[in-house]
Design a protein around this ligand. Structure first.
Ligand code: CP
Ligand code: NVA
Length: 301
């Protein structure tokens, strides 16, 4: 069964899904394409955007979603993931899961007879990356010749952006301190995608190098869900990487600011930037809905 656990899973379909999202957002699909379909949504971590956008997305497509906190599932008491996958597959048409460990989502997909969609793991956040690219296409009209820079912690969101950007023909740089680089294996795949698509991937601890000729400045929290024990060290190490006015001035004059949210003003981004004229964060959040409706249509229809 086809599942969406990584941007790699939609390597060939990224452009098509983004264009489908644009059509869906414009109201250009049939009514109720997912009538009678049910999506199970398993959450091992908190969520605002992912939970609400998948729930509303299923409703708007004519189906329904069931919210399942992993604390309330037997899985939370030790029922094997394989049994959970096989049983849920008998009831529902798709499973969305936000998990702590990426391997658990791989395991769930292995035993599921219905598509599994990742709503974030420690390794990737593919749905976010699709919504981000939809936002970039809406803003700039195309991806060609554009460069995105991720500033800060090379985390799950950064990893998915590293995979999706070269697939769409964009250059990407990451500005991060030593020890906060993105996942090594993802970086290898990203560089291969870049080679195939004639784009460039650069990782640098030097903000001036990473932000040279950049159209999109992206950041995310310094303390992701699960990193709480390292909070003090992270805040100290990442402090020079705050996206503020001074840093935005290094990027192109018409550069936009993006953040997957939730954000901590005064840490990874200053309030004047995230709430300023270059910020597109609410369009980006809204696009979670449209991008995921395209994903649901593609996988569940
Ligand atoms: N960006 C994102 O995934 O937000 P939530 O954690 O609120 O779902
Ligand atoms: N990197 C963040 C993203 C939240 C949407 C986290 O994993 O907590």
């Amino acid at each position: 069964m086809d599942s969406l656990l990584s941007v790699c899973d939609i390597k060939e379909d990224v452009s098509y899904i983004i264009d489908l999202a644009i059509k869906i957002k414009a109201g250009e699909i049939e009514d109720m394409p997912l009538e009678g379909k049910t999506l199970a949504m398993i959450f091992q971590k908190s969520s605002t955007r992912t939970r609400v956008s998948f729930d509303v997305g299923m409703y708007q497509l004519g189906g329904r979603a069931i919210f399942l906190s992993s604390n309330d599932l037997q899985m939370g008491r030790g029922e094997p993931i394989s049994d959970t996958a096989k049983v849920l597959s008998r009831f529902v048409d798709g499973i969305m899961i936000r998990a702590i460990e990426h391997e658990d989502v791989v395991e769930l997909a292995k035993y599921s007879n219905v598509p599994v969609i990742s709503g974030l793991t420690n390794l990737e956040h593919p749905c976010q990356a699709l919504a981000d690219m939809l936002t970039i296409k809406e803003h700039f009209g195309s991806f060609k010749g554009k460069k995105i820079c991720f500033v800060g912690d090379g985390n799950n969101v950064c990893n998915s952006l590293l995979l999706i950007a070269p697939l769409l023909g964009m250059d990407m740089s990451v500005a991060c301190p030593e020890g906060y680089e993105p996942d090594e294996n993802i970086l290898k795949i990203s560089k291969n995608f870049a080679k195939d698509n004639n784009t460039e991937i650069t990782i640098s601890s030097d903000i001036n190098i990473a932000l040279d000729n950049v159209d999109i400045v992206y950041t995310d929290v310094w303390v992701s869900m699960g990193d709480e024990a390292e909070k003090a060290k992270r805040l100290k190490d990442l402090k020079p990487y705050q996206v503020n006015k001074e840093l935005m001035d290094i990027a192109n004059d018409d550069a936009i600011f993006m953040h997957c949210l939730p954000a901590v003003r005064g840490q990874e981004v200053s309030a004047d930037v995230i709430d300023g004229p270059q910020s597109v964060i609410y369009d980006e959040a809204e696009n979670r809905l449209h991008a995921q409706k395209a994903i649901l249509y593609h996988y569940l229809k």
